[in-house]
Design a protein around this ligand. Structure first.
Ligand code: RIB
Length: 284
């Protein structure tokens, strides 16, 4: 049965520049003509979960601009229920991403409408989900309020603590699974039942009640790592009810496949591609 996932999070219109090497502070470098694509950690994770086979609803906010219409359409085109997505006056969220020839990236986010995410339109969707998936490009207090609703209803709460650095003390006490990259891991030391540290090409490290295990990733020739962490989180949420070990392997595999496609919002593989890659690399 498809997992019911509710994503409460951000949507951004991403402008992506490709450069030979990421600029150092004070440096000017030449880049390619920019590509404008749907993004935002929340939207990327929702699309990834839906493509992996979950039944996904999205709670968030877009502005009343062209970007907002495009971001909404991207979700609906991917089968994500947008009943909890409101349109507010002002600009949608935006991000500027630079990607180098090794596939590494830097990202600057301007939150726009993501600051206005409220839970009114999405309360039922949150309470009805098996898994609530959060990231922190929306106000942390709103993420914590969503976690409280989900926990009361008996859902599993997965939080991607990204961006990190805010005060997540209240939220940390409400989550079942924290997903962080290595940089974020250094800033997130709250005890949680399940802690997942993504390690890029090296897969992920999981710590739970039975100890710590390393989960390898499929070996790929990455061209763009932006959005790979979002695909990992989305697939982890979609597969979580099918067992932690399986969910981690599927998430690592999907994250690796995502690096083969440029852009963050459209790089998620579907369930068939994930399963085939898991069989091929003998990751089951
Ligand atoms: O994780 C990648 C995402 O981070 C991009 O889509 C960008 O919008 C930012 O949210």
């Amino acid at each position: 049965m498809a997992t019911g996932v509710c994503v409460v999070g951000s949507l951004n219109l991403d402008t992506v520049f490709t450069v030979a090497a990421l600029p150092a502070p004070g440096e000017t470098v030449l880049g390619s003509a920019p590509a404008t694509v749907p993004g935002g950690k929340g939207g990327n994770q929702a699309v990834a979960a839906a493509r992996a086979g979950a039944q996904v609803c999205f709670v968030g906010a877009v502005g009343d601009d062209d970007a907002g219409a495009l971001l909404r359409r991207h979700l609906t085109d991917n089968g994500v229920d947008t009943a909890g997505l409101v349109t507010v006056p002002g600009p949608s969220g935006a991000a500027v991403i630079t990607v180098d020839t090794a596939g590494q990236n830097t990202i600057v986010v301007v939150p726009g409408a993501n600051r206005a995410v409220a839970l009114d339109a999405g309360r039922d969707a949150i309470a009805g989900a098996q898994v609530l998936l959060l990231q922190l490009e929306i106000p942390i207090a709103t993420a914590a309020a969503a976690a409280r609703i989900a926990r009361t209803a008996g859902a599993t709460v997965i939080a991607n603590i990204s961006p990190s650095g805010g005060d997540v003390t209240e939220l940390a006490g409400l989550i079942d699974v924290a997903v962080v990259n290595e940089t974020e891991a250094a800033q997130f030391d709250h005890p949680v039942p399940h802690r997942v540290v993504t390690l890029g090409a090296n897969g992920a490290r999981y710590t739970g009640a039975d100890g710590t295990v390393h989960v390898p990733a499929a070996v790929v020739d990455a061209i763009d790592t932006s959005g790979a962490g979002d695909v990992f989180a989305g697939v982890l949420a979609a597969e979580w009810p099918n067992g932690v070990a399986h969910a981690l392997r599927a998430a690592c595999t999907a994250g690796a496949l995502a690096t083969l496609v440029p852009g963050a919002g459209d790089c998620a593989p579907d369930a068939t591609a994930i399963n085939e890659a898991m069989e091929k690399s003998h990751i089951q």
